[in-house]
Design a protein around this ligand. Structure first.
Ligand code: FAD
Length: 490
């Protein structure tokens, strides 16, 4: 039970700098923080779409929104548009907003389902401001009209931006390649790192942010990895940046193809593009050609190949080491959950921080919470692949028949049979998110909660059309996303 005062962060990608900025800014009086990164190794260079809780982190860190937008070339994100997922030609948006109005017995989709049965034709999204604003390319920040949003950001610039915050708060940065991780023969705890230059860095607690390889958590502590590739077939991505000549849309695009999907993430100054695929069904050369044929604009970087194994480290916290970011595992880029997991990981670590020494109870609490969070994300992402009617390629036929987690099988069956969605502990997605994706992926509930029938026909029509009118008015009052960004940048 040695006291913990010296924290060493290995790695300076998004994970390393989020950890450094948070620990120094929020616990800097009790801890000294050192970060080591290697310019030669560099970062993974992707990870540019986020989800709304990132704003909570920014609030905690006291980040000024205008400064952040200027320095990271960020744009606003109201959701993700999924194209060609359920069937070729389908399109739906998983938006971050609240759809309609819920009541004690169930959420708004029960009312919408009643409407559908009675011949109403309005789409589910037409009752959600963020959904309609995304489609209309509109966005504003206004206390009267608060929207639930996230950002698209330049990953390299974001790491630099956070580095500025961390260094101002006292983080010591060292540049160099870690060649050796020293451990205590008695406890197995990490005691120090040795750089290629020979420099030795001693620490009481270590945060592994070294990316996929997990230099500390895996290579030194041999924590083990749960491989989830039987649930998630994609294992490769090619990323390329292109120039842009039009206003950015306030949402990410995720377009399915016959062996995976493709992303489009708009920034102020460029577009981030990527093709995610399964090597078994598409080779790298074909994938590169497919990506280059599909992108808008001229490439400004060469396509970059990234291999990954969907899954997670068996323990996110082991001995005196917590892994964050890719070192702790990676599920899939779909639904942009990885940066979010860095944030929840670092906040959980700070809440449980072992100032008086590492205890097994704190480790177990951290790992249990992480496991439930990861299990829910696994279910949510797998849902996009398994709930499809596409059978136009071996990849999609595999997705239709592949093994899925029991918890997901139950959620799908419950929704099909009853229209109900209940969240598990640790679920980072709301009922609204599950409903939008289930409906978008063509899962049709056989019934809805009869609470929706408590209104008379006239009351019901007034209720539904009133909600749509409110959404329409709110969206009309918003600025065009591109114009709003220009205003903010001054
Ligand atoms: P890295 O960026 O790989 O950083 C590792 C750091 O460790 C670097 O600084 C490196 O120099 C250092 N390092 C490694 N070895 C050594 C050594 N021996 N000595 C010294 N330093 C060392 N997440 C999202 O939230 N949204 C997305 O849209 C999204 N898209 C993605 C798309 C793809 C294809 C992939 C693969 C991931 C995506 N992610 C996304 C995940 C996201 O990219 C990562 O969570 C995020 O970038 C954090 O990465 P990292 O800091 O853990 O690792």
């Amino acid at each position: 039970m040695d006291k913990v005062q010296r924290v060493v962060i290995a790695g300076g990608g998004t994970a390393g700098w989020i950890a450094a900025a948070s620990l120094s800014r929020l616990l800097g009086k009790s801890l000294s923080v050192t970060l080591v990164e290697s310019d030669d190794i560099g970062t993974v260079g992707v990870g540019e779409a986020t989800i709304p809780p990132i704003r909570t982190l920014h609030k905690l860190l006291g980040i000024n929104e205008k400064e952040f937008l200027q320095q990271t070339n960020a744009t606003f994100k109201l959701g993700i548009q999924f194209e060609d997922w359920g069937q070729i030609g389908d399109s739906y948006i998983h938006s971050f907003g609240i759809t309609g109005k819920e009541c004690w017995a169930g959420e708004f989709h029960h009312f919408w389902l009643r409407g559908q049965r009675e011949g109403m034709t309005a789409g589910f999204g037409e009752y959600c401001v963020e959904h309609e604003a995304a489609l209309a390319g509109r966005f504003s920040l206004s206390p009267q009209q608060p929207l639930n949003f996230a950002y698209h950001l330049d990953a390299g610039k974001y790491a630099l931006f956070l580095r500025g915050i961390a260094e101002k708060a006292g983080v010591k940065r060292l540049e160099g390649k870690i060649n050796h991780v020293g451990t205590c023969p008695q406890t197995g705890h990490i005691t120090h790192l040795i750089l290629q230059s020979g420099e030795r860095i001693d620490g009481d607690f270590f945060v592994d942010c070294t990316g996929f390889k997990g230099l500390l958590i895996e290579q030194a502590l041999h924590t083990g990895y749960d491989d989830w590739s039987h649930y998630l077939p994609c294992d490769s991505a090619l990323a390329v940046q292109t120039d842009v000549h039009k206003d950015p849309q306030p949402y990410t695009r995720s377009i399915a193809h016959d062996a995976g999907w493709r992303w489009q993430i708009p920034l102020q100054h460029r577009m981030g593009n990527g093709l995610v695929y399964c090597q078994r069904y598409l080779d790298d050369q074909q994938a590169e050609q497919r990506l280059l044929d599909a992108v808008d604009g001229q490439p400004i970087t060469s396509p970059r190949l990234i291999r990954f194994k969907p899954g997670k480290r068996r323990k996110g916290w082991h001995k005196n080491c917590v892994a964050l970011g890719l070192a702790s595992g990676f599920i899939e880029p779909l639904e942009s959950t990885s940066i979010h997991l860095i944030m929840t990981g670092v906040v959980r670590l700070m809440r449980l921080f072992p100032f008086e020494g590492v205890t097994q109870a704190a480790i177990d609490e951290y790992n249990n919470k992480l496991d439930s969070e990861m299990a829910c994300i696994l279910d949510f992402i797998t849902l996009h692949y398994c709930a499809t009617e596409r059978d136009d390629s071996p990849f999609w036929r595999h997705c239709q028949s592949m093994e899925i987690p029991d918890s997901l099988r139950h959620k799908i069956q419950l929704f099909k049979d009853t229209g109900r969605v209940f969240l598990d502990d640790g679920d980072i997605f709301r009922v609204d998110s599950w409903t939008q994706v289930m409906l978008g992926q063509r899962i049709k509930p056989r019934q809805y909660h009869r609470i929706a029938n408590e209104m008379s026909d006239t009351e019901f029509e007034g209720f539904m059309s009133g909600l749509r009118q409110q959404v329409k008015h709110k969206v009309e009052s918003l600025a065009k996303h591109g114009e709003f960004l220009n205003q903010l940048r001054g």
